[in-house]
Design a binder for this molecule. Sequence first.
Ligand SMILES: C[S@@+](CC[C@H](N)C(=O)[O-])C[C@H]1O[C@@H](n2cnc3c(N)ncnc32)[C@H](O)[C@@H]1O
Length: 444
Amino acid sequence: MKPGARIAAVIELYDGWTHTRDDADRVVSGYFGNRRYIGGSDRRDIGERFYNLIRHQARLGWWLAECGYEYQDGRARAIAQLALQNGRSVDDISDMFNGEEFCPDVLHPAERHLISKLSGQTIDHDAQPGAVKTELPKWLYAELLKLHHENLQAEMAAYNQPAKLDLRVNTLRGSVDSAIRSLEQDGIHNIEKTPYAPNGLRLPLGVNMLVTAAYKDGLIEIQDEASQICVRLADAQPGMTVLDMCAGGGGKTLGMAADMRGRGRILACDTHGARLDSARKRAKRAGAGDCIQLRIIADERDSWLRSKSGFFDRVLLDVPCSGLGTLRRNPALRWRIGQRDIRALSLQQAKILKAGAGRVTKGGRLIYATCSILGEENERLIETFMRDRKDFKPVPINEIWPDAPASVPVPGGKDKPWLRLSPNVHGTDGFFVAVFERTAKGNK
Ligand SMILES: C[S@@+](CC[C@H](N)C(=O)[O-])C[C@H]1O[C@@H](n2cnc3c(N)ncnc32)[C@H](O)[C@@H]1O
């Protein structure tokens, strides 16, 4: 594709995304799905530019307003991005905006004027307000500022970088070294071991794992290191009876099955049947099918769940959440989620926490986890739980795993019995885990 045609595709994608409530990923896959003729390198470049428009949404908008430019559509933003980020001149940009077939229309005088105002500038500017600098909507900026204070900019800068690809080696199928050898045989190099998760590998961006022998043979699973750490903290052991109450596609179920060496029983539930179908296929590929039982539940008040009161050695609650910890992969999320959504989620999380707690046996453990970075979905819920449930005691993270990474420092988070991970401090997705042990039977 000509460079101009790629930019036209980026503009079309961006405008398509802003006019729907759809996920950015879905917009991209729909776009390329209808245009199979677009080749791999064109797709990569278009996708990268589109996601960068989203990653730089606030700062590009600020620059357009600053230049008194009234349009904030995909075309204006693509022009601003070319000038500010790629250092392109008016002549470079008019070579792409040439009105030829598949390319954007010729630049009009106001656009030429905009480019000349932007030339020599960078996307960052001291005068930008904090919410713009950190690429956050105002409400979210205010929430996160309360948590991170002067560290917020560094935290968000890390969230605004694309993530590398993390893999978990499935020890039911082989070792970390055998996985590395297999990936290398498939032409994948520059494989790093993850710093914290013992069976984790980290790969450069843009590798297609799905075609590798290691993936097809169930030797590796795609899983961010934060989720692998969560599984490590669940500390599921051979012979245990485990409830994975929000199992979804089974990412953590499979990790626990490997830790249990396939011995014992994991009941993996979810309200979403299609996700459990995918968990079933993954469990088969991973050789973990025998110890995993899948079950669709109506919700956390499901009668089958209720009948399992005080039954499990481990109850993992990887609850539905805002997902804001995954901003590196889903940069658009911050513009699509609002305070009302967070309130509804935290009510649901509290209900799931209560229901899950009732399923833990005396001496067993409850693991609460989210890939959210908000206090409302994490610390605030856990503090209420600790106040209300004297039949549970928090388990310090280092007691379970002496080599566990230190929590990202948040005010009041010091010496608290939970782990907060972040891309800035740990190089993982943003993640929260708290672990409790049941000390008394109770009847809740
Ligand atoms: C964060 S995702 C789980 C991801 C999964 N544990 C993994 O590692 O791949 C949360 C899951 O909770 C499920 N869910 C939503 N409401 C639920 C409820 N009331 N009880 C159980 N699961 C629920 C959602 O369908 C979703 O699959």
